[in-house]
Design a protein around this ligand. Structure first.
Ligand SMILES: NC(=O)c1ccc[n+]([C@@H]2O[C@H](COP(=O)([O-])OP(=O)(O)OC[C@H]3O[C@@H](n4cnc5c(N)ncnc54)[C@H](OP(=O)(O)O)[C@@H]3O)[C@@H](O)[C@H]2O)c1
Length: 246
């Protein structure tokens, strides 16, 4: 029997990078996965690929800034598979810049996707977790929130806000119903730099990612570790960086 055969997992930001790698790994280990993102053709292709390999996967077009989309993701998952065990809140963007640039559109976009997107997920899934008597919220945060580097202030703020909501949810969940896990990656080789508007910062980040970034599957393994624990064991936080990252 595969280790995650009894897990139903919905994943936001599953059209590439960490989300796609996690969907593939969890499906390999037996979980049913529902892939969510805005680019429907990409999540359709990944879901099809997973099914071809014998896995269980479904695609659902979702913009995490829209509360209704998250509600639809949760209801689609429950309609298709009977329940939802894990919501992986992974969708994120990083249009970073120095505060002095006053890129208020970039700030708003990060708040809307990274923080509001997570809260939309919480609002959609929490009542279902409570009704089921069990559920697990996993969020991809960032080590950028642990040490704040220049140009990263607002990105780090959104990630630390997500970390804070996790801690709040954890302290409100001592009845043992909801587990929470916040996973903080360092440099992971993905397309995240594409969301950076500043060409210099984008190039520098791509260079760092190429030079020392580790594959997204490294984060996927951390997600699998957290969710395969028995329900009375909560893995609260995991930091996962390239060994060479300062
Ligand atoms: N790569 C790193 O070094 C690193 C380090 C620390 C933390 N992280 C975090 O890891 C998470 C995944 O990023 P990644 O590195 O895998 O980057 P990525 O390859 O750019 O993936 C980002 C994902 O987020 C989705 N997304 C963006 N806006 C969305 C929206 N409004 N609604 C729904 N989905 C949306 C994208 O899908 P669509 O465009 O199709 O919607 C895509 O699937 C992010 O939260 C990021 O902050 C990454």
């Amino acid at each position: 029997m595969l280790p995650l055969h009894d897990k139903i997992v919905a994943i936001t930001g599953a059209s590439g990078g960490i989300g796609e790698a996690t969907a593939r790994l969890l499906a390999e280990r037996g979980a049913a996965v529902v892939l969510a993102a805005r680019r429907g053709e990409r999540i359709d292709a990944v879901a099809q690929d997973i099914r071809k390999e014998g896995g269980r996967a479904l695609a659902c077009v979702v913009d995490v800034t829209k509360a209704d989309d998250l509600r639809r993701l949760v209801s689609t998952t429950v309609d298709r598979y009977g329940r939802i065990d894990v919501l992986l809140n992974n969708a994120g963007i990083a249009p970073i810049s120095p505060l002095a640039d006053l890129d208020t559109d970039g700030w708003s976009a990060m708040i809307d996707v990274n923080l509001r997107g997570m809260l939309n997920g919480v609002a959609a899934v929490l009542p279902v977790f409570r009704e089921q008597g069990a559920g697990h919220l996993v969020s991809i945060v960032s080590v950028a929130g642990l040490t704040v580097s220049p140009s990263m202030a607002v990105y780090a703020a959104t990630k630390n806000a997500v970390r804070t909501v996790h801690e709040g949810l954890r302290t409100e969940s001592t009845d043992g119903v909801v587990r929470t896990t916040a996973i903080s990656p360092g440099y992971i080789r993905t397309d995240l730099a594409d969301s950076m508007g500043d060409p210099q910062l984008r190039e520098r980040t791509r260079e760092y990612m190429d030079a020392m970034g580790i594959p997204p599957a490294a984060v996927a393994r951390a997600v699998a570790f957290a969710i395969e624990q028995p329900h009375d064991v909560e893995i609260g936080e995991i930091n996962i960086r390239p060994t060479a990252q300062a």
